[in-house]
Write a protein that binds this ligand. Structure first.
Ligand code: GDP
Ligand code: MN
Length: 379
């Protein structure tokens, strides 16, 4: 789950990381009022869960409350990478001398978190990472020992940070690590961390991504989820405990097991089709869950065929079949469906499905070929 900039910075502030004074608003009127309370200039910042807001014109500096109101009106009517802007953050603007990058993520290969920093921070950091990776300093963090003081100093030295900022930098680096660890984050990032013209070190932007699988331990963080920012089908899927990701193709997939779901998508592509979604109903799914999954798949108007790929183990074939029938009772659909059902209680499942208008297949290859043929014929 991604957090907005304003949410990430509030968390950072709790860990002693300096952030600008500011507040979030949903109307241009509120923005004007906030700008009057703060000292101008202020920066009006779109809050959408994508990067590159600055380059898209979603970050603007205003010299007066009137200008802030006017800019907020423009920004609140924008779409950035397809996402409508519904909120803006109004912060006291900083005059920037230098932009630094500081972030933590998991390094799977090293099997531990890695802190990364660069003196070439700001909106072009991805470009720097691609063209000149030596400009990015990396330090691995032992998850049991945590970030050590000497590591923070190594980073400060590595990015040629002036000595007078090392103490604050240490507080920021430790704060970022603590926030990352306490929140079960998979990313915590400050870009840019700036040195201002008044020689302060301060986090101008903040980004956090939290591990969905750890959210049960953090009800306060789970509440921060912005439902406006995700596809309605994904919200619905989460309600039923389904792992669902909407994609752009036209073959709906209903599969038990994440690995099998990935394989199913690969096979669809191998035969020239495009999956409309990733969907793992999970092990031991009951018929209610299967029915919800099918409803979600069929709510996508792009879907021209549905492929069920169920390998019964803990999941029972007859339960899946009952779920499919029960969903088809509620939803009237002409979308052709192909099933491949093997494993536990597959025979019972097939008997139940014989009552429905189903195309069956014995192997995944055959099922994928049939689904692709149908989808491509209707496309
Ligand atoms: P992003 O584009 O989504 O990463 O949004 P950021 O919050 O990082 O802002 C993008 C860029 O806008 C920063 O790298 C700065 O150059 C600029 N910016 C952000 N806040 C301020 C500010 O308070 N004052 C000034 N002068 N520039 C800012
Ligand atoms: Mn940024």
């Amino acid at each position: 789950m991604k957090l907005h900039e304003y949410q990430s910075k509030l968390i950072f502030a709790r860990y002693g990381i300096p952030i600008p004074k500011g507040r979030v608003a949903v109307t241009a009127g509120e923005v004007k009022q906030i700008a009057e309370e703060l000292s101008c200039p202020v920066v009006v910042k779109s809050q959408v869960l994508v990067g590159g807001r600055g380059k898209a014109g979603g970050i603007r500096v205003a010299r007066s409350p009137q200008e802030a109101e006017e800019l907020a009106r423009q920004i609140l009517s924008m779409e950035i990478k397809g996402l409508p802007v519904r909120k803006v953050l109004v912060d006291e603007a900083a005059t920037i001398d230098k932009e630094i990058y500081l972030g933590i993520t998991n390094d799977r290969a090293a099997r531990r978190p890695v802190m990364m920093a660069s003196a070439a921070g700001g909106v072009d950091i991805e470009e720097v990472a691609r063209t000149d990776p030596s400009k990015i300093i990396k330090v691995h963090i032992d998850p049991l020992l945590g970030l050590r003081d000497y590591q923070a100093r190594d980073i400060a030295g590595g990015i040629d940070l002036p000595r007078d900022h090392w103490k604050t930098f240490g507080i920021i680096a430790h704060g970022l690590w603590q926030a990352y660890r306490d929140c079960d984050a998979t990313l915590a990032e400050i870009n840019p961390l700036v040195i201002t013209s008044t020689n302060r070190l301060i986090a101008l932007d903040g980004k956090m991504v939290l591990d969905d699988n750890a959210l049960f331990r953090h009800p306060d963080l789970a509440e921060m989820r912005d439902l406006d920012e995700e596809a309605a089908s994904e919200t619905e899927a989460r309600k039923y405990g389904l792992s669902f990701i909407k994609l752009d193709g036209n073959i709906g997939c209903l599969v038990n097991g994440a690995g099998l779901a990935m394989t199913t998508m690969d096979i669809i592509k191998l035969f020239g089709g495009e999956p409309a979604n990733f969907l793992d109903i999970g092990g031991g799914a009951n018929s209610e869950k299967v029915a919800a999954a099918l409803r979600i798949i069929l709510s996508d108007p792009n879907v021209k065929a549905v492929l069920f790929n169920v390998f019964g183990g803990i999941t029972r074939g007859d339960e899946v079949a009952r779920g499919i029938l029960s969903a088809l009772n509620d939803i009237k659909t002409n979308v052709p469906m192909v099933t491949r059902l093997v494993g536990t209680n597959a025979d019972e499942g097939r008997q139940i499905l014989a009552k429905a208008q189903m195309i069956t297949a014995d192997t995944l290859v055959e099922a994928a070929q049939k689904a692709v043929a149908i989808a491509n014929a209707t496309a």
